[in-house]
Design a protein around this ligand. Structure first.
Ligand SMILES: [Zn+2]
Length: 83
């Protein structure tokens, strides 16, 4: 968690008007993947969101196998967080 704070400080010098991959907060709505779920994962990177989504899928949707297929669906559903 504190690593993220450090990253934010490092990235703080960069102008936010450049919504490039990696620095833009991202959001994943589980509903976009499974259809009906209120879970929303937020993070500064795709990796961060994927790990949250994997944990959520396991505990809530009983998906013990996160297949590459599922990962692709999740990645496709990740959006830039609207400010
Ligand atoms: Zn869900």
């Amino acid at each position: 968690m504190s690593e993220i704070g450090m990253l934010r400080q490092l990235c703080g010098r960069l102008p936010l008007a450049n919504p490039k991959e990696g620095t833009m907060p991202k959001v994943l709505r589980c509903a976009d993947v499974v259809g009906s779920c209120d879970f929303v994962a937020r993070g500064d990177s795709e990796q961060e969101i994927l790990s949250q989504a994997a944990e959520h899928a396991r505990s809530v949707h009983n998906m013990n196998d996160i297949t590459p297929d599922v990962v692709e669906k999740v990645r496709a559903a990740i959006r830039d967080e609207a400010a």
